[in-house]
Design a protein around this ligand. Structure first.
Ligand code: DNO
Length: 348
């Protein structure tokens, strides 16, 4: 297991120097954020990023994410050119020594919440999702923006995109995902990059858009679309875990050899399709974080872990979900659980 931490680049207030001081921290998860979606990431830019990260004493571990152009997801327009570009980016990343790339296949919006600063009685706050509120939200109003969303759309551009998607079914999305994987995984195999799909967050349809990577059956289907170790998963516990039907421990045991990257986060399921993000500890929320880490340990997991979203605590202000303190506590907690699993194993 390699412990990593997400860093949003030079303008992230959570600097590499701070991340380096987190006990047990090994690597950085990041991306190049200023290249338009669909364009090639030049090798020089990737090497520069690697140099910056390594100068801080950390390793550049995972790219999260190389974004997938909407034409690819919709199976229209310039998809072949964008897939070629994606493959070139993968080749360039491999030349720089990267071995794991995360991506997602969520139409238009990446992860979604209805509240960015849900207040807890202890004075901390965190991201939350209330389904009733989301049902009333208009994605065209621009009232919400989350790190990870492509903010380059104009209102008209977004409207057009949503109209186009209204004709796309879940099965169309599966076909388009297969078309993409058939081309990309071949290259990934060749250059030895493990591709890791991030599940849909939350794992159900929002704003009428189809979402397909939501549960065990869909992960199974995805893995079968192209049967290769390089077609793998970024198992995000928080994303999948908000659905009580998703048994994460069972998923870890079922797919262990295809999980390359893991996001660990706890959530408190507070109603049907309602949840708040909480501290990483098992007793803070609805997920058995010890059980999850233990399952990885039992499987001899060698991939990357990162603590996922944290609350805002100790007065910190910053990028929703991506402050320093609570994520650092999460990393230390996970490392502690892992060490305990190791020690108990030795004693057997
Ligand atoms: C949210 C993240 C997602 C994730 C992408 C992966 O915090 O987990 O934005 O990076 O969905 O492509």
């Amino acid at each position: 297991m390699r412990m990593t931490f997400r860093w949003y680049g030079e303008d992230d207030p959570v600097t590499l120097e701070k991340i380096r001081q987190i006990p047990g921290m090994k690597g950085i998860v990041t991306a190049i954020y200023d290249i338009p979606v669909g364009e090639v990431w030049p090798l020089e830019r990737i090497l520069k990023l690697k140099e910056t990260v390594e100068a801080s004493g950390l390793e550049l571990s995972v790219i999260e994410s190389v974004p997938v152009h909407e034409d690819i997801k919709m199976g229209c327009g310039d998809r072949d050119r964008y897939i070629d570009n994606f493959c070139t980016t993968i080749r360039n990343l491999a030349k720089a020594g990267i071995d794991c790339v995360c991506y997602n296949f969520m139409p238009v919006f990446d992860w979604t919440r209805s509240e960015l600063a849900f207040q807890f009685p202890d004075g901390s706050n965190a991201l939350a999702y209330k389904h009733e509120t989301v049902l009333k939200m208009n994605p065209l109003s621009g009232e919400l923006s989350l790190p990870g969303w492509d903010s380059s759309y104009t209102k008209d551009g977004l409207k057009l995109l949503l109209e186009k998607y209204s004709k796309i079914t879940e099965e169309d999305l599966w076909d388009n995902l297969k078309y993409f994987l058939d081309r990309v995984i071949k290259v990934a195999e060749e250059v030895k990059i493990k591709m890791a799909i991030h599940p849909d967050d939350p794992p159900w349809s929002i704003f009428g858009l189809p979402r397909i990577i939501t549960c065990k059956a869909s992960l199974e289907r995805l893995l079968k679309l192209y049967d290769s170790k390089y077609n793998g998963l970024a198992l995000c516990c928080g994303a999948l875990g908000v659905s009580p039907d998703n048994d994460l421990i069972d998923m870890i045991h079922s797919f262990a050899d295809r999980i390359h990257f893991t996001h660990i986060r706890n959530v408190n399921i507070s109603g049907d399709r309602d949840f708040e993000e909480v501290a990483h500890h098992t007793d803070a929320g609805s997920l058995d974080i010890f059980g999850i880490v233990h399952a990885y340990h039992q499987e001899g997991y060698k991939g990357y872990f990162r603590p996922d979203h944290g609350r805002m605590i100790w007065g910190e202000q910053g990028r929703p979900g991506y402050g320093l303190y609570d994520r650092a506590l999460g990393a230390v907690y996970i490392n502690g659980l892992w060490e305990a699993c190791e020690r108990l194993e030795e004693k057997k």
